[in-house]
Design a protein around this ligand. Structure first.
Ligand code: NAD
Ligand code: ZN
Ligand code: ZN
Length: 370
């Protein structure tokens, strides 16, 4: 057992606190990781607001890179000293999805068995719920060894860690779920961290044109920097008509984009995606709706008549062991600009301020560097 500092959300809506926490020594199948960097994601804010579940107190942070400090018995995949990106998809190998050869859909992913806990003050000894089974706004965290994915140690931790959640979700939504590739057009509605990552993924795959849609001009500029060939400010013009017009310029007869990615998580933008895709095209919902939202009222004949696929994408349908090292190598070769997602590096006591910045749309990612 050791004690370190970590950022917790103690109760619904309360500002986060930097407190001392207990980290157990790793048991069978577990690892303790010394965190070097961890991005601030919208999901951390959802936890703090009680939007995920009620298992307070939460140990926040989940887009992280660091160095393995120690491992428990039976751990063979990583060793002390390894540079790793943490993931929230340590696949089980036993569930129905794993057994049918689709581990990216694993329904029974691993987390650490032992619990970290509060070390001092009110509620000392209370078990912590780590965000997405990670909890990395902390000097160190305890995870399942399968949550550690080894990557090239030359990579900058602040950039590499972002693959652990939002950037992987976006890149994977384009490539893994949407099947973006050369000869296909891609449109992305909503250009925050996830949407811009989808644009970077589409660019990596050779898609053309790549159409970025947002209601915020600052976001459209970032989208262009990461590979969008066209931008559409949907606060000014009709997104569906613009996507159709631009797609038809590149592919004669196209009635929309081949792949349309919704990265906002709202019924009205999903409906735009539905009507902005070409016949037999693919819609990918990567934005996360709230439980009260409903599928928009659509004529069933339009669902039938337009053919194609309506998909959703969890974590970009990624397989961390396959995708993280590959994407880090492309980053190291200058083919994927992960640094562009790091808007600022902040200290561990600045997470609350970073939540505030999210609302103003100035940052793609604030990254805590330890
Ligand atoms: N599926 C997954 O595995 C996964 C993983 C991480 C995040 N997400 C989700 O992806 C979504 C985006 O995350 P983010 O970090 O990029 O958030 P963000 O808040 O940074 O970005 C949202 C963007 O959508 C834009 N937007 C809002 N309303 C719009 C509208 N009507 N039309 C066009 N654009 C609009 C905003 O201006 C902003 O640029 C969230 O719902 C998040 O929860 C999903
Ligand atoms: Zn499984
Ligand atoms: Zn996240």
């Amino acid at each position: 057992m050791q004690q370190v500092k970590g950022v917790i959300a103690r109760s619904k809506g309360a500002p986060v606190e930097l407190v001392t926490i207990n980290i157990p020594d790793p048991g069978p199948g577990e690892a303790v990781v010394a965190i070097q960097a961890c991005g601030v994601c919208h999901t951390d804010l959802h936890y703090r607001e009680g939007g995920i579940n009620d298992d307070f107190p939460f140990l926040l942070g989940h887009e992280a890179a660091g160095v393995v400090e120690s491992v428990g018995s039976g751990v063979t995949e990583v060793a002390p000293g390894d540079f790793v990106v943490l993931n929230w998809r340590a696949v089980c190998g036993q569930c129905r999805a794993c057994k049918r050869g689709e581990p990216q859909y694993c329904f029974n992913t691993h987390n650490a068995t032992q619990k970290m806990s509060l070390a001092e003050g009110e509620g000392a000894g209370t078990e912590l719920s780590p965000a997405l089974g990670i909890g990395a706004f902390a000097d160190k965290t305890l995870v399942a060894a399968g949550q550690c994915t080894k990557v090239d140690p030359e990579a900058r931790p602040a950039a590499a860690g972002l693959l652990g959640c939002g950037v992987m979700a976006g890149i994977g939504a384009a490539i893994n779920t949407g099947g973006a590739t050369r000869g296909k057009s891609v449109a992305v509605i909503g250009c925050g961290g996830v949407g811009v990552a989808a644009i970077a993924g589409a660019a990596l795959a050779g898609a053309n044109p790549i159409i970025a849609v947002d209601i915020d001009a600052k976001k459209l500029a970032q989208a262009e920097a990461l590979g969008a060939t066209h931008t559409v400010d949907s606060s000014q013009v009709d997104a569906v008509e613009e996507i159709k017009r631009i797609s038809a310029q590149f592919h004669e007869g196209a009635e929309g984009a081949d792949v349309v990615i919704e990265a906002v998580g709202r019924p009205e933008t999903w409906k735009q995606a539905f009507y902005a895709r070409d016949l037999a095209g693919t819609v990918v919902l990567v934005g996360v709706p709230t439980p009260d939202m409903k599928v928009p009222d659509l004529p069933l004949i339009d669902v039938f008549g337009r053919g194609g696929a309506l998909k959703s994408s969890w974590y970009g349908d990624c397989l961390p062991s396959r995708d993280f090292p590959m994407l880090i190598d492309l980053y190291r070769q200058g083919r994927l600009d992960l640094d562009a997602f790091v808007s600022e590096e902040i200290a561990i006591d600045e997470v609350e301020a970073a939540f505030e910045k999210m609302h103003h749309g100035d940052v793609l990612r604030s990254v805590v560097v330890l």
